[in-house]
Write a protein that binds this ligand. Structure first.
Ligand SMILES: N[C@@H](CCC(=O)N[C@@H](CS)C(=O)NCC(=O)O)C(=O)O
Length: 206
């Protein structure tokens, strides 16, 4: 039985650890959480991740949540794949992207579907949804100008930052960003889709 089990749902940020597990050639199982049935809110899943979110990664040490932590763990336990740069500056730049994606971009995106997290008044949800396109467009512009050196986030070296950025940025068009305004990011998304680890995971998430 594989030592790693990833709990995930389609169309979510759980795609990132799924790609990373593919990338390092890990032996792992997938357990799909049925969002349509709100399985993430039910006791069985809350026993795995009390936050009621995916992804959650079951390891020999226990459960790990938070995408960025998971990507770091997968990289550290499979050093041959070099998903984390050795150079302290490059590593810090990767973490900078992780934190921006987790704390700003993903949160902006969540205002489209998950307004109930911020307000108990459904009448406020349309106003939150109306801000998503402009917020995400602003985020995409910063990524295009500052965070994507090209062809990869860190330049010539592939890293976990590419996996995380790909996962989040593929939502941008659906969030209302005009991707024609972001040629570097668009080329990045296209390049990443062709990568075997990504294509294999994507085939299961659509
Ligand atoms: N900070 C967490 C966020 C996880 C998260 O919000 N996941 C979403 C899917 S993208 C989720 O599980 N949502 C379920 C819900 O809100 O009920 C991470 O990066 O892992």
């Amino acid at each position: 039985m594989p030592a790693l089990t990833l709990h995930l749902a389609k169309g979510t940020v759980a795609l990132a650890p799924h790609i990373a597990l593919n990338e390092v050639g890990a032996d792992f199982d997938l357990v799909w959480v049925d969002f349509a049935a709100k399985a993430q809110t039910k006791p069985d899943y809350l026993a795995i991740n009390p936050k009621g979110r995916v992804p959650a990664l079951m390891t020999e040490n226990g459960v790990l949540t938070e995408t960025a932590a998971m990507l770091n763990y997968i990289a550290a336990t499979h050093p041959q794949a070099a998903l984390t740069p050795d150079d302290p500056w490059q590593r810090a730049k990767m973490e900078e992207v992780f934190l921006y994606l987790a704390s700003t971009v993903h949160i902006n995106h969540a205002h489209k579907m998950r307004g109930h997290r911020w307000s108990d008044d459904p009448a406020t949800y349309p106003a939150m949804q109306a801000k998503v396109a402009s917020n995400i467009t602003e985020n995409a512009a910063l990524i295009e100008s500052d965070y994507l050196k090209g062809p990869f986030v860190l330049g010539e070296t592939f890293s976990n930052a590419d996996i995380y950025l790909f996962t989040i940025a593929r939502w941008f068009a659906g969030d209302g960003a005009d991707m024609a305004a972001f040629p570097k990011l668009s080329a990045f998304l296209e390049m990443m889709q062709a990568r075997p680890s990504v294509a294999n995971a994507l085939a299961m998430h659509t």
